[in-house]
Design a protein around this ligand. Structure first.
Ligand code: NAD
Ligand code: UDP
Length: 310
């Protein structure tokens, strides 16, 4: 069935890829975005696409785009430098903005999927992280503007499901990368690739022994779409379970780009989670989903995009 879909945060990295996927399936998409961290260039290729419109608005203000069948709520600053710069806006988009998006789903009896995050687990004591783990989050540290915004949003989505009957879904996204990542928003893969391509040393924060598990964007979007069409209302992890230290990630980038500028160690970031690895057993079982693309292959796929940003 062809549907009309609302994507909040459509001009961002993930929102724009999701929009492409939905349009390719024949759905029509209304994107909304306040362009605080997104870039209309991510949607430039859709300017003559009749099934797509973009409205520049802040979802923290009440809004209505007319009847829709589904709402994907992806609006939120997402990179640490982005949400540290926009702390209060980040708290508001997870709370007021997410409630406005939920009200649209309720009004039009639409399905709802919220982009949550592995940050809900904070600096995890359980490893790998499964959905049943409640997390270890500093509620007042610098990252709390993001982590607690996302945790409150999960509570809000569950409440709209339980009290108002919204057909909702929660995806906990682990570090995802690919073309259209903002080359300047400070995330590790974009920083490393841009630094390597510029012939600059790669900046490793702390000793580089902290870990992350990196998922390529096409794998992530496949998992998100499958979850959106499932019967599951509780959170589901979507990410690539292959874990790398940040130093190993730097070495992958150096090997791929043949960079000779080396590594520059910089001071550790406050409250930087020491490890991060999704348990994807639930996604495998419920959705028949698992990622296909290795870090090395994903980095190769990104190179032309980051080269074009030099
Ligand atoms: P992004 O910054 O590229 O995209 C977010 C988009 O939301 C931007 O276009 C921004 O302008 C828009 N936005 C922010 N506040 C808004 C508001 N008040 N009203 C309207 N639009 C607003 O980031 P991304 O990586 O594409 O992340 C998208 C979503 O996925 C976010 O909710 C993020 O928390 C979540 N997520 C991403 C990752 C990842 O690794 N990329 C990991 C976990 C969760
Ligand atoms: N990081 C780094 N150098 C950089 C950018 C990030 O060493 O130039 C580290 C950062 O300290 C963290 C990891 O890489 O441990 C992932 O950072 P990112 O900002 O991409 O996402 P996070 O998982 O922290 O939200």
């Amino acid at each position: 069935m062809k549907t009309r879909v609302l994507v909040t945060g459509a001009a961002g990295f993930l929102g724009s890829h999701l929009t492409d996927r939905l349009l390719a399936e024949g759905h029509s998409v209304v994107g909304v975005d306040n362009l605080s961290t997104g870039n209309p260039a991510n949607l430039e290729h859709l300017k003559n696409e009749p099934g797509f419109t973009l409205e520049q608005l802040d979802i923290c203000e009440p809004f209505d785009v007319g009847p829709v069948d589904y709402v994907y709520n992806f609006a939120s600053p997402a990179s640490p430098p982005g949400y540290l710069r926009l702390g209060i806006e980040t708290l508001r988009v997870g709370s007021v903005g997410t409630e406005n998006a939920l009200r649209i789903a309720e009004r039009y009896n639409a399905g709802f999927l919220h982009a949550s995050t592995s940050e809900c687990y904070g600096d995890p004591i359980e490893h790998p992280q499964s959905e049943s783990y409640w997390g270890n989050v500093n509620p007042i540290g610098p990252r709390s503007v993001y982590d607690e915004s996302k945790r409150y949003a999960e509570a809000l989505v569950m409440a709209y499901h339980r009290y108002r009957g919204v057909d909702s879904h929660l995806v906990r996204i682990f570090n995802t990368y690919g073309p259209r990542l903002d080359p300047d928003d400070g995330r590790v893969i974009s920083n490393f690739l841009m630094q390597a391509l510029r012939g600059e040393p790669l900046t490793v924060y702390g000793d580089g022994q902290q870990t992350r598990s990196f998922c390529y964007v096409s794998d992530l979007i496949e998992g998100v779409v499958r979850l959106a069409r499932s019967e599951e209302h509780l959170p589901v992890n979507i990410g690539n379970p292959v874990e790398f230290t940040v130093l190993e990630c730097a070495e992958e980038v150096i090997a791929l780009t043949c960079s000779r500028a080396g590594i520059r160690y910089e001071s550790a970031v406050e409250d930087d989670p020491s490890r991060r690895q999704p348990d994807i057993g639930k996604a495998c079982e419920l959705l028949g989903w698992e990622p296909q693309i290795t870090l090395r292959h994903g980095l190769e796929l990104c190179l032309p995009y980051f080269r074009s940003k030099l």
